[in-house]
Design a protein around this ligand. Structure first.
Ligand SMILES: *Cc1c(COP(=O)(O)O)cnc(C)c1O
Length: 438
């Protein structure tokens, strides 16, 4: 399989090339040249996810040097549970796909570990540098997934004062091969800087830069796998295509669900839930895509004013009429977290709460005539400061999350300028000598 740029100005790439370069040289994003049709006869949702994923993803790896490793990459990436639960037994159609049982408590563990497992098999000529911008959860997941690997170092950019205390801790607590940079700016500045670095051939070559943001197609592959697995499981159980409710920031999941549907997987209606950032809502309602500065919300991993995967949605030819977009304000997030807890005892993180709220806004018959799958993207413990007062009790961390708090932290500060970033890249290449605790 070949991968082509959404902007059409770059040569076709192999999967490995697409993973290693992150964005395409023309600034676009890689897409499969031809979307493979899912072979539904061969896909069995009763199979363990790792096996299922290897079968589903086979066409994307066809002919690539990673093809022989696909099975082991899946086994090493899907080695903690994903649960499809019914949060409220009085609403048996509504399922939450819990993607937060990984080491950093958010779904990004899957993409990050999948990519790192690919990178490790591709490093060959000496260390790769993974450059990643984060609005909260990506950086922690990528740092954790890179921690201790010899052939991959990671540089994480995060916006000063825009991530929770726990998120900051888990961005900054990894070993010598992971550098966290606090950028004086917002997430869009971080993302712009990463894009600028990738457009600089000298920097790319010197550091063998690669990306782990959701612009990297490799992040989307595991998302595609568990979405397909859950969709087939509910389809097999009910004979109806389940709907999906997707909390959306950079639209990684949104794109993965749309791609799965385009591949022929049994997926019904799609609802994208956003926080108060209204770029997507405006596109949906007014038919015009107008990027904006991001605004800060409680669901901060979705604070995105210019969703990077929108370009892939366009390339897929997605029309506003093919989905719904529901915008959920901070006030509505709070109210929903409280209501969900009071009626069912289920504790939702603020991102997951946007999906519960979006589902409740659907007409009653649409809600009850089929199964729905909401993506539960983060463990509520990561947002304990805001969630606990709403539900009136403490939230227990998972063992993995608790162990993160015992680690020492280290960060570097930088202005949102490419020159400054280049200096840090130079410096962190020497990180072995400079690492110290704060
Ligand atoms: C990143 C993130 C999102 C947004 O996902 P996208 O794929 O970027 O749309 C939602 N929830 C949580 C907890 C996240 O970390």
């Amino acid at each position: 399989m070949k991968f082509v740029s959404t902007r059409g100005q770059s040569p076709a790439a192999t999967l490995s090339e697409a993973l290693l370069s992150g964005a395409a040289p023309d600034g676009g994003l890689y897409m499969p040249e031809v979307l493979p049709k899912a072979e539904l006869d061969l896909l069995n949702p009763d199979e363990p996810l790792a096996e299922f994923a290897a079968r589903l993803l086979r066409p994307f790896f066809a002919g690539d040097e990673l093809e022989p490793h696909l099975r082991s990459i899946c086994e090493q990436s899907f080695d903690f549970p994903i649960n499809l639960v019914v949060p409220n037994l009085a609403k048996p159609q509504f399922h939450a796909l819990e993607l937060f049982n990984g080491p950093t408590g958010a779904f990004k563990d899957f993409g990050a570990r999948f990519l790192m497992n690919c990178f490790e098999r591709l490093a060959g000529r000496g260390p790769l540098t993974v450059l990643v911008a984060t609005s909260g959860d990506t950086g922690g997941a990528v740092g954790c997934a890179a921690d201790g690997r010899k052939s991959v170092r990671t540089v994480i950019l995060f916006p000063k004062g825009r991530v929770s205390a726990f998120q900051e801790h888990q961005l900054t607590c990894w070993g010598e091969n992971v550098t966290a940079i606090e950028i004086e700016g917002d997430f869009d500045d971080c993302q712009r800087l990463v894009k600028a670095a990738f457009c600089n051939p000298a920097l790319c070559a010197e550091h063998r830069l690669t990306s782990a943001n959701s612009i990297n197609f490799g992040r989307l592959l595991p998302q595609l796998a568990y979405v397909a697995h859950a969709a087939l499981a509910r389809f097999k159980a009910t004979g109806m295509k389940p709907g999906f409710v997707v909390p959306s920031g950079n639209l990684g999941h949104g794109f993965a669900v749309l791609m799965a549907k385009a591949m022929g997987l049994p997926i019904g209606p799609i609802v994208l839930a956003t926080n108060a950032n209204k770029t997507l809502k405006d596109w949906h309602d007014k038919g015009r895509y107008q990027p904006r500065a991001s605004v800060q919300t409680l669901a901060n991993a979705m604070d995105v004013g210019n969703p990077s995967n929108f370009e892939r949605l366009s390339a897929l030819g997605v029309q506003p009429s093919e989905l719904r977009v529901e915008l959920v304000t901070d006030g509505q997030i709070r109210t929903r977290i409280k209501a969900v807890y009071e009626t069912s005892g289920y504790v939702a993180c603020p991102h997951t709460a946007t999906t519960f709220e979006a589902w409740w806004r659907l007409p009653k018959d649409e809600r009850s005539d089929r199964d729905w799958i909401a993506l539960a993207t983060a463990h509520p413990y990561k947002f304990a400061d805001m969630v606990e007062p709403l539900i009136g009790r403490e939230i227990e961390p998972t063992a993995a999350l608790a162990s993160i708090l015992n680690r020492r932290t280290y960060k570097v500060r930088s202005a949102p300028e490419l020159d400054d970033l280049a200096q840090v890249l130079e410096g962190s290449a020497l990180m072995g000598q400079r690492h110290c605790a704060m």
